[in-house]
Structures are given as C-alpha cells and as structure tokens.
Design a protein around this ligand. Structure first.
Ligand code: CA
Length: 625
C-alpha cells in the first residue's frame, strides 16, 4: 500500500507539473509588486502599510487570513493600478508566508505570498554611531572596482565609461569589501557610502542621488545580497555602516513617473520649477511664504521628482522604507540627504518613528546652511522659538567647515585665520550637546580640501589635527588622507575622483605605502596617528572643551575628562612660535609635563612650548611628579 501510495503521489506530482503547474505557478509567482517586500514581527509599531502595484488592482477586493495579522483598511486611490493595505501585525503573528488574495467578481485573480520574518536578536537596541567614531565617506562608483563583471548590466540605461568624469566608473561594493583592512589600518570606525540604491537613469547618476527603486541596491554596485555581505563583513571588522537616504526626491526614470499613484504623490507645478535652495527661508522670521514654498515644493533638479511627504501614503512609504533598510541590512546609521527640503512635520514624524524602534540609532541630516543658528534649528536638543523639535540627533557643521577653509589660508586677524575657528566654535551655545555635531573638511559636493588649501601638505595636516581633536563626530571624505585635489566648478565628477589602485588597470596603488608618494605618506601617517590615538582617547571622543582666544596666530584648546587632558596647539604662521603657557593655567593646573603625539616629543616642562611653522601639537598632559 505504501508503495502504491508513493506511486500515486509521484503521479499526482507529475500531473501537477504537466498540467496544473503553469496555471497554478502563474498565479503563485505573478510578479505583483508589493512594497515593503516583507516585514518583521515584533516591531514597536504594529501597523504596516503595503503598497500594491499591479494593473487595475484597485478594482479588486482583498482577503487575507493569517494568525495575528489583521487587514484593517484597504485604500483604493486615484490610480486604479495601486492599492494600499493597512495591516496590523501582532506579537502572536507567525513567521513565514501568508496569502493575500485579490478578488474580482467573487473570483480570485491574484494570490500573493507575503512574508513576515523574525527580528534579529538585539535589533532594537543596535548602537548608532557616536562621537567616539570617525566616519569615512566614500562614493561607491569611485572607490574600487572589485567586480568588473557588473560594470555593465544588460537592460540598464547607462554603461561604465571611466573616461567620462560624470559617467559610471565601475566601482562597487565588492571593491569596498576587498579594502576593509584599509579602513582598519587608517583607523576610521564607520563607513558612510553615498546612496547605493538603484539609479537607473540615462546619465549622470553614478552619485546615487536619483533613486529609481527604493528597495534595490543598484546591480552595478552588486545588488542587495552584496550589500548585506558588506555590512556583515564590515561589522566583523568593527566598522559601522551608515546608509545615505534621500526622501526629498527620486530619479524621474522611476516607474512611478508614468504611473503616479496619485497626482499629489509629487509636488506639481504648471511648469518646471526649481527649488531656490534657500533653507534659511524656513526659519527666517521675515520670509515670504512664496519663497518658503519654492524651497520646499520646487524640484531639486529636472531629473529629480520632488516627493510630497504631506501625502500620508508617501510619508508612510518613506518611513517604512527606512525602517526596512535598518532592519534588513543591519544598519548603524542614516545620513539623510537634503534634510530641510522635505516637509519638517514629516521629518519629525520620521525621526520619532525611527527612535521608537531603535532608541540608540543615529541619524545625521544634511542641513547645509551657513550659520550656526540656522543649523541648530534642525537639531533635536534645540529649544526653538516656535516649539519645533526635529528629533534629528546629529547635524553637520557647515559653518565650521567654512571656517576651516578660511583659517589656514588667511592672515590671522580679529576674526580671520585661526580666529575663524575660534569664533565658529564660540557659537556652539546654539546647540545642545556639541558632541552630536558632525565635522568635516569637505564632502562629495564641494571643492576638495586639498585644493582649497593649495595642495599644501602642512595646511592639510593642520586641518586634519583640528578635525580629529575638536568636539563632535569627525567625517573624512575618501582622498582626504592622500591630499587628493578636486575642483567643484569643473563639474561634480572632478571631486569624486577614482581612488588610485581601486581598478585592476591602475598603475598607482594608494592603498599601500609603497604605492603612495612621500607627501601622500606623510599626510596619510598623520591621519592614521590621530585616528588611532582618538580611538583610544575618550577625552577626544566625548570630553569637554576649553579654548583660548588665539594670540599671534596660535590657537590653543584643551579636551579633557576626569582622567585625561589633551592640549592642542595650532600654529598658523609661516615661522616657528614659542608660547608662554601661564594664561592656560586653569587647564594646566596639576600638570607639569607631557608628550606630543605628533612629533613624539617629550616635554619636561610646560611653561614654554615651541611649535614649528604651520604645524600643530597634540600633547597628552601628565600630572606633577
Ligand atoms: Ca564593477
């Protein structure tokens, strides 16, 4: 009987394969697009909104049956090709697939299997980046080509062309994986990659900011699986991963463009209208409403459709998307592009929902504004005049970046030279905890610091000393450590140079000391020394800071906690200076000798200290013998 039974079931299987499978499989495997593509059990927020995209799906009735999952609401919208399903997913829901059926005239016309996953242990309590980290920003297309096979993907709109500064150069996630030891060697602890999601645009999207699929890593970078591999391997090497996200806009080659769920999915104008890029209008007490409107609803570029986050479906889509990536890819942080360009009430809700799920997660917003009060408005610890709190836990210090660009080029005056640094920092009262501010010398959108500082190694070393010893979270841009030049006005591609040695055909390999020039090695070693020192020096990571009015172009500040005091001296003069230290008594009290990390110099006394021309000292103070 057993044998007959197995023959029968084999026959049944054969019949199924021959006859039933095509119709059955067709129904089962229909590529109905549902986003998010799967979700998790045990989130704080048990609500989940699914966006279903399929021809005329809006004309169907929806059924689902799954333990612990309830279909709360079905929303048909303007475009019948979309349907939004609001589910509640309780703790008692079972991991695995459940069926969602779509019926027309009482007949099931589509059946989709939707998956609920179990969360990784400790997922909610993941640690974001902090001021104890040092972040390395790199552009994946321009860092290293670890897999030339993915340079061109059939069906995608743009192929690699390394000769075109604004084209795709073939760099990818595999290239980053192959160089993880490089980051450890240099001493950075977190990687911020410019956006990795699909940018299937006809041209000029190697940078990643014109997303055409919010749930797919660009196949030319290696796809989703490769991204997971990168995160896992980076974590094993104690490197955190920060994902660059864009909520303000998407690339117009996105399938939404010709099939908008609703006409107000994007901000529409009678004719193309560009943003005025004036984030300051949003906090300006005298701003005209028309200017604020243009700032928020104007498009960032012709190829970047401006999302309307006041539409609750758009808002939910974006918020769930970011949570999906944190959970799916095990992220440590997010860098949010064009932060003030999205409606602030939405951004506030987003941060609240992220921090409800992940209380220790870190998000830094690109608040590209040129004065401290303007930036601080968007920082979560700021008590604002209008009561607004963004809940954004990190902002970028663009004003300090401007000061850095000036400081080492200018003659030292009342507010020029190193006084520019002093003055910029003196305005930190506008922030809450200044250690939640990100510092940088440059990034992918501006002249490279080497160019700004005339490719002068001494100046770049001073800037590096400042970056890695001042309060806040330091961020390097790839190539800072080599003195790589790059000018913005020649086109953005010029500041996003290929890292020498990242391509198999490169004649130079800057990943190794042998491949670097003497100047490059000098700067590289300077970064490395400071980064590794910072890694083991809590006073630099999150200690307090006291600085003194610069005198004669010499700027002195201290970073300290109960156990450690570090004295930093920047000599912004083309000659050696010797300073008397009596006026620093409040910080020097109890110390009478120390070691300078940068010159490996031992100071037997601290009454007078000399600093070479255009140079810095980082002195760890030692207590009286
Ligand atoms: Ca490649």
């Amino acid at each position: 009987m057993k044998k007959i039974g197995s023959i029968l079931s084999a026959l049944a299987l054969l019949v199924f394969l021959l006859l039933g499978s095509s119709a059955f499989a067709q129904k089962k495997t229909e590529q109905i697009n549902i986003e998010p593509p799967f979700w998790w059990i045990g989130m704080q927020n048990t609500e989940l909104q699914l966006m279903v995209h399929e021809k005329n799906i809006g004309e169907t009735r929806v059924q689902l049956k799954a333990e612990g999952v309830k279909l709360e609401r079905v929303s048909a919208v303007e475009n019948p090709n979309y349907l939004f399903l609001d589910l509640s997913v309780s703790e008692s829901a079972k991991a695995g697939f459940f069926e969602i059926s779509f019926l027309k005239s009482g007949k099931v016309i589509h059946t989709v299997n939707y998956e609920l996953k179990v969360r990784k242990q400790g997922s909610a309590l993941r640690q974001g980046f902090t001021s104890a980290d040092a972040i390395y920003l790199l552009m994946p297309d321009r860092f290293a080509n670890g897999d030339p096979a993915n340079d061109n993907i059939p069906g995608m709109l743009e192929n690699a062309d390394r000769k075109n500064p604004d084209g795709r150069h073939g760099g990818d996630l595999e290239g980053i994986i192959q160089h993880l030891d490089y980051f450890n060697e240099l001493g950075v602890t977190a990687l911020w990659l410019n956006p990795v999601l699909e940018n299937n645009m006809p041209a000029n999207s190697y940078h990643g900011y014109a997303i055409t699929d919010f749930y797919q890593v660009d196949p030319r970078l290696g796809g989703n699986e490769k991204y997971l591999e990168l995160v896992e391997k980076a974590h094993k090497k104690d490197l955190k991963i920060i994902m660059d996200m864009v909520f303000n806009h998407y690339g117009t080659a996105h399938k939404w463009t010709n099939d908008l769920p609703m006409s107000d999915w994007v901000n529409q104008w009678p004719e193309f209208t560009r943003s005025n890029y004036r984030g300051g209008t949003l906090t300006d007490p005298y701003a005209a409403a028309a200017d604020q409107d243009k700032m928020l609803r104007g498009w960032f570029d012709v190829t970047m459709a401006d999302l309307n986050q006041r539409n609750p479906f758009v808002a939910n889509y974006l918020i769930q998307n970011s949570i999906w990536w944190i959970e799916y890819a095990d992220l440590n942080g997010i860098r949010m592009d064009t932060y003030p360009y999205s409606f602030k009430e939405f951004m506030q809700e987003w941060m609240q929902r992220i921090r409800t799920e992940y209380p220790d997660f870190s998000v830094v917003g690109e608040v590209w504004l040129n004065s401290g009060p303007m930036v601080a408005y968007w920082h979560d610890q700021k008590h604002n005049f209008d009561g607004f709190n963004s809940h954004l836990n990190y902002v970028m210090d663009f004003p300090l970046k401007s000061a850095i660009s000036r400081a080492f080029n200018e003659a030292n005056g009342w507010s020029s030279g190193v006084n520019a640094l002093y003055e910029s920092l003196s305005m930190d009262f506008v922030y809450g905890d200044p250690n939640t501010i990100m510092n940088f010398l440059d990034n992918h959108d501006m002249d490279r610091i080497a160019t700004t500082l005339g490719e002068d190694i001494k100046k770049q070393k001073m800037a590096a000393t400042f970056l890695l010893t001042v309060r806040g979270v330091p961020q390097l841009y790839y190539g800072n450590e080599l003195g790589t030049p790059g000018v913005e006005h020649k086109g953005h591609g010029q500041m996003r140079n290929d890292f020498a040695g990242g391509w198999p055909s490169d004649s130079k390999n800057a990943f190794t000391a042998e491949g670097r020039t003497a100047d490059e090695n000098e700067l590289w070693s300077h970064f490395r020394t400071l980064l590794h020192y910072r890694k083991n020096t809590p006073a630099l990571q999150n200690g307090r800071m006291t600085h003194y009015i610069p005198e004669d172009g010499v700027y002195v500040y201290f970073r300290y906690n109960e156990d450690q005091t570090i004295m930093i001296i920047l000599n912004n003069n083309s000659e050696e200076k010797t300073i008397k230290t009596a006026r620093f008594a409040e910080n020097l009290k109890g110390f009478d000798h120390g070691t300078d990390l940068l010159h490996r110099t031992w100071f037997e006394q601290l009454d007078e200290i000399s600093i070479p021309a255009m140079d810095s000292r980082v002195i760890e103070l030692k207590q009286n013998k």
